[in-house]
Design a binder for this molecule. Structure first.
Ligand code: AKB
Length: 315
């Protein structure tokens, strides 16, 4: 079995992806790392170690010592947090990716996964059914780092044959972990407030549509892409990926069906401008054509599933 390293394993995507990878590769071949020691405790089904992705010597040593063949590099500063400290976000997001790509080249690693985002798009991008190829002028530091990162991924694939694969995730929604620092986070928080019987204040306006995806679909897409034969992965920047689009009002209404007393109000803050610069919906036909992507969850199905599991889920 190949040995797999996950960097940023305790984050929102990481914790669920790490479980899925351990199911496939075995806990002994899955090495989960994060900068936060406490957060690794819940990943006790695989090997864990504290790692700062900016500590290049430590990353290189771990890759060699553990005979790693694949890296899932998930560590990043997200859109909302990035705006508070742009230079730090740029430094962390870019330097870490470049280092991992360089390491993959030098150590001849088999595969690299690196997530991109709908944040690569900007205010001049077509908003509805945003195509794979179109104007991209992101205006957040997170988006700029993802756009530049995509170019580097394609560059390392074309020039050095590094087998790097990537998806432009929409907002990801799961109940097993909390997101941190994104513009789409409201769509996770709203479920927590509903089951706690509390009023929800949305930081986006009621009609702000954004592309979103339930975590099981995101995990499936990631594994499908990573396990697709090389010749089917025809886009080496990053694939558009989509499942559903909704507004705060629509997700509220889908929850209210199950919690009739639930209430919402709207107080848009600085994240509104970020949301306004992103697409409403995404055309992911290339992913569907090239490696057979198909989503399972729409808003109604996701809401039912979250409300079934979240009340008894312990963090
Ligand atoms: C964010 O909101 O920053 C992220 C993303 C869409 O990449 N969830």
């Amino acid at each position: 079995m190949e040995r797999v390293l996950i960097i940023g394993a305790a984050g929102q995507l990481g914790s669920e992806l790490t479980q899925a990878l351990a199911n496939i590769y075995g806990g002994e071949n899955t090495i989960a790392t994060d900068i936060n020691p406490k957060s690794l405790e819940k990943l006790d089904f695989c090997k864990t170690t504290v790692l700062d992705v900016m500590d290049k010597n430590a990353v290189r040593k771990l890759v060699k010592d553990e005979n790693i063949k694949q890296i899932y590099h998930l560590a990043a500063v997200l859109s909302a947090t990035g705006e508070k400290n742009p230079l730090f976000a740029w430094h962390l997001n870019m330097d870490s990716l470049l280092f991992i790509l360089e390491l993959a080249k030098e150590e001849k690693l088999d595969k690299i996964y690196w997530p991109s985002s709908i944040a690569v798009f900007g205010p001049n991008t077509p908003k509805v059914n945003t195509p794979q190829y179109c104007v991209k002028e992101p205006n957040t530091v997170y988006g700029i780092s993802k756009q530049a990162g995509e170019r580097w991924c394609e560059y390392y694939f074309q020039k050095f044959g590094v087998d790097v694969r990537s998806l432009r995730y929409p907002g990801l929604i799961g109940y097993k972990s909390l997101p941190g620092g994104g513009t789409t986070d409201y769509a996770v928080d709203i479920y927590h407030k509903a089951i706690a019987g509390e009023h929800f204040v949305s930081f986006l306006s009621e009609d702000s549509y954004l592309p979103m995806m339930y975590m099981p679909d995101a995990i499936k897409a990631t594994l499908d892409l990573m396990h697709a034969p090389k010749e089917k992965v025809l886009i080496r920047s990053s694939y558009n990926l989509s499942a559903m689009s909704f507004s705060p009002k629509e997700i509220f209404e889908s929850i209210k069906v199950h919690y009739p007393d639930f209430t919402i109000s709207y107080q848009p803050d600085f994240r509104q401008a970020i949301a306004d610069s992103w697409p409403d919906s995404i055309d992911d036909s290339k992913a569907r054509e090239h490696w057979g992507w198909k989503h399972d969850f729409d808003l109604e199905k996701m809401t039912k599933d979250i409300l079934k599991h979240l009340p008894s889920y312990s963090f």
